[in-house]
Design a protein around this ligand. Structure first.
Ligand code: SF4
Ligand code: SF4
Length: 225
C-alpha cells in the first residue's frame, strides 16, 4: 500500500473520477492524503457533488502521470514523451466515521491534515479506497534508459482481482514463424526455451495489436476478445 501511495504522492494532484447517477460520470483534481493497511484515504466536503457521488456510487477511479519533461512535438507534428510513469487505481470506497478518523489520527501522522481540515471546515469527511485494482506503467518510449519501452505492473488490494497485462500466444497454434516478434516495437516477444513457439512478456506489452495483426496462425489472443 505504501508503494502505491508514494507513486500518487510524488505526483500530488490526480484525476478522481466517479459515477454520477445511472449514466453520468464526473472527474475532479484531488489527492490521497494517507494510507494504511486498510487502503488509500481521501477527503471531501458533504456539500460537494463529489461526496454525493462517492456515497451513491461507492466507486472511484484515480489516475495520474509523472513526466520528466513536457511532451515535445517534432517537425512531422508527432509527440515525443520523456521517460515517466502513470499510475491508476479503481475500486470501492466507504466513508469513515468521526470515531474512525480520530482513532487513525492518534496513530498515523498522515491523518493530521484531515484533523486540521475537519476543525477548520466541519463539513469535511474522509473516505477510504479499500478494495481496488490498479496498474503502475513506467514508460521510456524513446528507450533512453533501457532497451524496451514500457514496464507495467498490475496489482490488487482488499480482495479485488486484476487481469494480467498484455496479449498472449497460444503455443498450440503458434508455428514459430517469428513475424510477431519482428512487428513488436516494444521488444515484448521472444521464442520459448525449446524454440517451438513464441511468448509475450506481459509487463512489456502495450497491447498495440501489431502481433495480432500479423500472425498467420491466429495464435495471438487478446484479453478483450
Ligand atoms: S500487442 Fe504490441 S506490444 Fe504487445 S506483444 Fe503484441 S506487438 Fe508487442
Ligand atoms: S506470428 Fe503467430 S505463429 Fe508466428 S511466431 Fe508469432 S504467434 Fe507464432
Amino acid at each position: 500500500m505504501q508503494e502505491v501511495y508514494e507513486l500518487f504522492n510524488a505526483i500530488g494532484c490526480c484525476s478522481f473520477a466517479t459515477r454520477d447517477g445511472e449514466n453520468g460520470i464526473d472527474a475532479r483534481i484531488a489527492h490521497f492524503f494517507a494510507y494504511d493497511d486498510e487502503g488509500l484515504y481521501l477527503r471531501t466536503m458533504r456539500v460537494k457533488p463529489f461526496y454525493r457521488q462517492l456515497k451513491e456510487g461507492g466507486v472511484l477511479a484515480v489516475s495520474a502521470e509523472r513526466t520528466g519533461a513536457p511532451c515535445s512535438w517534432d517537425d512531422d507534428n508527432l509527440p515525443h514523451f520523456q521517460p515517466g510513469y502513470m499510475v491508476r487505481v479503481s475500486g470501492e470506497v466507504r466513508e469513515l466515521t468521526q470515531a474512525e478518523v480520530d482513532e487513525k489520527a492518534a496513530g498515523n501522522p498522515l491523518f493530521n491534515v484531515a484533523v486540521y481540515d475537519i476543525n477548520k471546515y466541519p463539513e469535511t469527511v474522509v473516505f477510504v479506497l479499500h478494495r481496488f485494482h490498479g496498474e503502475y506503467y513506467d514508460y521510456d518510449f524513446n528507450m533512453v534508459h533501457r532497451d524496451h519501452k514500457i514496464l507495467r505492473e498490475r496489482f490488487a488490494f482488499g480482495g479485488d482481482s486484476f487481469v494480467p497485462a498484455g496479449l498472449s500466444i497460444d503455443p498450440d497454434r503458434c508455428i514459430a514463424c517469428g513475424a510477431c516478434a519482428e512487428a513488436c516495437t516494444h521488444k515484448a516477444i521472444f521464442p520459448t526455451d525449446d524454440g517451438a513457439a513464441y511468448r509475450i512478456l506481459g509487463e512489456r506489452c502495450d497491447e498495440c495489436g501489431n502481433c495480432f495483426h500479423v500472425c498467420p496462425a491466429g495464435a495471438v489472443r487478446s484479453k478483450g476478445c
